[in-house]
Ligand binder design. Structure first.
Ligand code: FES
Ligand code: FES
Length: 153
């Protein structure tokens, strides 16, 4: 028998109250129940970073986080850091430096960089590498992503 629990949390600043099966993953709640498709799902085992969202401002893998664990907390997705009328300065830097090709990994990278620049507005090269080590990209070779972040530091 599937157990359900009511949860309340903030999603991109909006209050959400919803009942979820206790085994539901956060990535499925965000994408399939709530319909925000910017958060991507790939490895499903906390390796690739495509599913990265912020939980109380810290980057986490939504593919290995239970939805019930965000109860009374704050979740931010790529939709929450994208201005309604264009791109954020982080997103613009990725475009300017060619830090994306297919774009599948990009939301996860943007969330990781958002957390990095909030914690460390002027990160060192090592700090940039440290924050991005959990995000994989099959296309860019990472140099351009690194340069995009460096341009913001
Ligand atoms: S899909 Fe979550 S880390 Fe890869
Ligand atoms: S741009 Fe294609 S996986 Fe990163």
């Amino acid at each position: 028998m599937t157990h359900h629990l009511p949860i309340s949390f903030s999603l991109n600043g909006e209050a959400i109250a919803i009942e979820v099966p206790t085994h539901t993953l956060l990535v499925d709640l965000i994408r399939d129940r709530i319909g925000l498709k910017g958060t991507k799902r790939s490895c499903d085992m906390e390796v690739c970073g495509a599913c990265t969202v912020l939980l109380d401002g810290a980057p986490i893998s939504s593919c290995t986080t239970l939805a019930v664990d965000v109860d009374r907390r704050e979740v931010t997705t790529i939709e929450g850091v994208t201005p309604a009328d264009g791109l954020s300065r982080i997103q613009e830097a990725f475009v300017r430096h060619g830090g994306l090709q297919c774009g599948f990994c990009t939301p996860g990278f943007i969330m990781a960089v958002t957390a990095l620049l909030k914690a460390k507005p002027h990160p060192t090269d090592d700090e940039i590498r440290h924050y991005l080590h959990g995000n994989l990209c099959r296309c860019t070779g990472y140099i351009k992503i690194f340069e995009a972040v460096k341009s913001l530091a």
